[in-house]
Design a protein around this ligand. Structure first.
Ligand SMILES: NC(=O)c1ccc[n+]([C@@H]2O[C@H](COP(=O)([O-])OP(=O)(O)OC[C@H]3O[C@@H](n4cnc5c(N)ncnc54)[C@H](OP(=O)(O)O)[C@@H]3O)[C@@H](O)[C@H]2O)c1
Length: 287
């Protein structure tokens, strides 16, 4: 049995969809399983048994993991993320889970410039020390998160703070397919898997692509990190910690060149989804 944490969320939901499409039964975990039906369509849930558990409550996790062999460990970013994920690791170990697929992030290192990635490093370290079979997925920025910028883009502006650096956007549906692959083919499991799209984009290139697809000009607006933070926390309505995270991610791109990686193709046998295709599917959001 596979337990999918964060089943109402981006990576958990995408994994559940991919596993359902492969005909694999799952336990879909949420703090409020009633939310699963709102977050996912019928086919995605056809083979999923909803289970209530809260990562703040270790006993609820141990109950949810009873008899499970594999776990997708994925958690919303937030101030208590590391503790919640460590609770899930301990509960999985106590229940004899044999393979944990951890959704992590790039630069998961002790001195990472991205605070969330330092947290992912702590969880990865605990998994390594435990000796349990682990696959670490390290996706880059999700294409879907560009939808948060839709109001600004619709007004013809793409604000950012990464100068001419490029970002390796990946479609979260590919993250779900990669997770399903390592959960269903034991020979694919293990190791650390960077997940990228086929090519990275600078903000200048992204603005030009949006202009071409939308048919109206989209101007890249380079801001200082603090101006960009103010934009995200103000106009885009993000909580302060999330705005800080987005700024840190863009600063990371200026410090380390983002190159595409062929791990997804090696894993699944096909090329990752393109940013052009994603934007083409979602143009109505940017108009
Ligand atoms: N966004 C990106 O571009 C990006 C890029 C690379 C890596 N990542 C990493 O990917 C990971 C997953 O991101 P995501 O976008 O899939 O997350 P998400 O959609 O924001 O949230 C995932 C799930 O976490 C669950 N959750 C929150 N608190 C919980 C708790 N106390 N107990 C149990 N479940 C709880 C929620 O489920 P319920 O509300 O139903 O309980 C939610 O559906 C993050 O850790 C992030 O660092 C993200």
């Amino acid at each position: 049995m596979i337990v999918v944490m964060g089943a109402t969320g981006a990576t958990g939901g995408a994994t559940l969809r991919s596993l359902s499409a492969l005909g694999v039964p799952t336990r879909a975990l949420s703090r409020d399983p009633a939310r699963l039906a709102a977050a996912l369509d019928g086919p995605a849930l056809a083979l999923a048994r909803p289970v209530a558990a809260d990562a703040a409550d270790p006993a609820s996790l141990r109950e949810a993991f009873q008899g499970a062999k594999q776990l997708l460990l994925t958690m919303a970013n937030g101030p208590r993320q590391v503790q919640y994920e460590l609770n899930a690791v301990e509960a999985a170990l106590a229940c004899g889970v044999e393979h944990i697929v951890k959704v992590s992030a790039p630069a998961a290192e002790p001195d990472s410039p991205v605070a969330v990635s330092r947290g992912h490093h702590l969880v990865e370290e605990r998994l390594r020390a435990s000796g349990v079979r682990t696959t670490v997925l390290r996706p880059y920025a999700f294409m879907q998160k560009l939808l948060l910028q839709a109001p600004a883009i619709a007004a013809g502006v793409l604000p950012g703070a990464m100068k001419r650096a490029r970002c390796n956007y990946v479609d979260v549906r590919d993250v779900g397919e990669a997770a399903a692959e390592v959960l269903t083919r034991p020979e694919s499991a293990g190791g650390t898997v960077p997940l990228t799209g086929p090519r990275p984009y600078s903000h200048q290139e992204l603005a030009a692509l949006l202009h071409e697809l939308l048919g109206h000009p989209v101007r890249h607006l380079e801001l200082s990190p603090s101006e960009f933070h103010a934009h995200l926390a103000g106009r885009a309505g993000m909580p302060d910690w999330l705005a800080t995270h987005v700024v840190e991610i863009q600063q990371l791109a200026t410090l380390r060149e983002e190159e595409p990686d062929d791990a997804f193709t090696r894993l699944t046998g096909r090329a990752p989804r393109t940013l052009e295709a994603f934007l083409g599917e979602h143009l109505h959001h940017f108009r």
